[in-house]
Ligand binder design. Structure first.
Ligand SMILES: Cc1cc2nc3c(=O)[nH]c(=O)nc-3n(C[C@H](O)[C@H](O)[C@H](O)COP(=O)(O)O)c2cc1C
Length: 316
């Protein structure tokens, strides 16, 4: 059985985080992953505090295991949700889109572990200085908003640069990715795209079917021209229209920032997979089965264990 320092830090059985996914990772999915021994994470997305409170209540009605909340620091409701996690005594907060310096002292006092996402060594060091308990090094193979680095070079460089535990994210889809993450120095993994195919995941069936049909080259990144808002998603009409507009001569960074507004919801909730945005990672090409969250966690862990045990055969 694989156990790592992040398991004892959080009180989970397996070092697997289900990444926060706006419009998708709700209390039901988070509870299913936590019940399977991983860390389920509810996305607070850009919603008001009451939405998060409802999802926490749903999770608590389905599990007594630890779970986390993903807070996007650019949310217009960040102050409210930062307070909700304190009042609800959520064990773990994962942050994205910024440095949570302002909130870490309040969360620490409430006994909450803060684990921010970082897409570069510089960002990871800033998180450590701000008082983060661990950091998620997320490579650009990931679905959703991404940085420039790939997981393979990012994770070991972050591990060398900080003294807090590092979780690897981006492009991890089976036991091979989990085992490789450990070899790079990580003590756990965060997986998003594979959990889109969890039976407990509420994302629209058409979105799931698109991920199942995807090949290795079915994703691309929008928003690279001006940086800061780069997003990996499955290629479709939305992406073609986005890229055409993005590279028109008179398009500005502000125009590009507005192009994706509401598009994830359109695909994830309404099932409009033509003009909606289907965020998904490069690992999509390897995924074809819908399974329960428990089967996914079991497959990731058993696969990693087999590979790690077999790896000694390479050393003569
Ligand atoms: C559909 C989708 C939505 C996402 N939304 C968010 C989000 O709201 N906040 C966040 O921090 N990360 C978000 N992510 C990133 C995941 O939390 C996770 O780090 C990433 O999916 C890991 O890489 P993988 O997709 O290769 O598994 C999203 C990813 C996907 C696929």
């Amino acid at each position: 059985m694989i156990s790592s320092p992040i398991c004892s830090m959080i009180g989970i059985e397996y070092p697997i985080f289900q990444g926060g996914m706006a419009w998708i990772s709700d209390g039901k999915l988070a509870a299913a992953v936590s019940n399977a021994g991983g860390l389920g994470i509810i996305s607070a997305m850009n919603a008001e505090g009451d939405y998060l409170r409802e999802q926490i209540a749903i999770a608590r009605s389905l599990t007594d295991k630890p779970f986390g909340v993903n807070i996007m620091l650019q949310s217009p409701h960040v102050e409210a949700v930062a307070q909700v996690v304190v009042e609800e005594k959520v064990p773990v907060v994962v942050t994205g889109a910024g440095i949570p310096t302002k909130y870490i002292p309040i969360w620490k006092e409430a006994g909450i572990l803060t684990i921010p996402v970082a897409a570069s060594v510089a960002a990871a060091k800033m998180m450590e200085r701000a008082g983060a308990d661990a950091v998620i090094a997320e490579g650009g193979e990931s679905g959703g908003h991404i940085g420039d680095m790939a997981t393979m070079p990012l994770v070991p460089q972050v591990c060398d640069a900080v003294n807090i535990p590092v979780i690897a994210a981006g492009g991890i889809g089976d036991g091979r990715g989990v085992a490789a993450s450990f070899m790079l120095g990580a003590v756990g993994v965060q997986v998003g795209t594979r959990f889109l195919l969890a039976e407990e995941c509420s994302v629209h069936q058409s979105y799931k079917d698109a991920v199942k049909k995807a090949s290795d080259i079915s994703t691309t990144a929008t928003g690279r021209r001006f940086g800061g808002n780069t997003c990996r998603c499955l290629k479709n009409q939305f992406v073609r229209d986005f890229l055409k507009k993005e590279y028109e001569a008179d398009t500005t960074a502000e125009d590009v920032a507005m192009l994706g507004a509401g598009a994830l919801r359109k695909a994830a909730v309404e099932g409009d997979i033509k003009t909606g945005c289907m965020m998904a990672g490069q690992i999509s090409g390897m995924l074809s089965n819908e399974q329960s969250a428990a089967e996914i966690v079991k497959d990731l862990m058993e696969g990693a264990e087999k590979i790690l045990k077999g790896a000694v055969a390479w050393v003569k």
